[in-house]
Design a protein around this ligand. Structure first.
Ligand SMILES: N[C@@H](CCC(=O)N[C@@H](CS)C(=O)NCC(=O)O)C(=O)O
Length: 237
């Protein structure tokens, strides 16, 4: 049964396959597991949880990358973490949560706030949105995003404090990765889908930012790790 992966189109001229790190994560998982999939349009209005990515699978729409992976793991009898001990699984779970539930919001807040990144994001979204009314829709999307990020908590901090928090997260990721080939060791595991997708979304985007500079100049193991993952799963894009 082919999976239809609903997500925004590939951003032309960006060195990342999607503007959404959660979409890259899910597509990386599909590539790691070789589960057959095709790409569909990603419309948050049609998404079962109002967020991308979502999939169409066995006649149903399913949202949330983590829950989607659980369903597919069950149906395809896949466990990318089968070689991990319980302790290693706990560590992978903790890092996945850090990245998806904390670092993501910090990165997204900076991306939607800072002038240079916003001009790239705005340009991309205006290409996807309908002409003429697209600008108005985008204004509303941005207003909702800013309200959401304030409710979540990140939007209450200064941009400088958010950058400091994000640098702590990234340093922790880099220290744990150390000189290992993949995040948990010699073999790729599920958490690599998250680690890779978010790291490239912060360090390989086409605009300059303090975070991109920090990763590329102060965390020297991140670039080669991303290159290894890219060579394995994303050489075609
Ligand atoms: N927990 C979700 C998070 C997905 C998510 O936050 N997607 C963002 C794009 S990166 C989104 O659709 N945001 C739209 C919104 O919040 O209205 C997952 O793992 O799929």
């Amino acid at each position: 049964m082919t999976v239809v992966l609903h997500q925004p189109p590939r951003p032309q001229g960006w060195d990342v396959p999607n503007m959404s790190p959660f979409c890259i994560k899910l597509e990386t998982y599909l590539r790691m597991t070789k589960i057959p999939y095709v790409l569909g349009k990603g419309n948050p209005m049609k998404a079962p949880k109002g967020k991308i990515p979502y999939i169409e699978y066995k006649g149903e729409l399913i949202g949330d990358s983590g829950l989607i992976i659980e369903v597919l793991n069950r149906d395809y009898k896949i466990d990318l973490d089968s070689d991990l001990s319980d302790t290693e699984r706990s560590i992978a779970h903790a890092f996945r949560s850090l990245i998806e539930e904390a670092t993501y919001f910090r990165g997204a807040y900076l991306r939607w706030s800072e002038a240079e990144s916003w001009s790239f994001v705005k340009g991309l979204l205006l290409k996807i949105l309908p002409p003429v009314i697209g600008a108005l829709i985008l204004k509303k999307i941005r207003k909702n995003f800013m309200a959401g990020i304030k409710a979540q908590g990140t939007g209450r901090h200064s941009l400088d404090d958010v950058k400091k928090m994000m640098k702590h997260d990234l340093k922790a990721i880099s220290v744990f990765l150390a000189d290992k080939k993949f995040f948990m060791g010699e073999k790729v595991t599920l958490v690599d889908a998250t680690v890779y997708s978010f790291l490239i979304s912060f360090s390989r985007i086409p605009w300059q930012s303090d975070i991109k500079k920090f990763i590329n100049s102060e965390l020297p193991n991140i670039g080669p790790y991303c290159d290894r993952m890219k060579a394995l799963y994303w050489a075609d894009v």
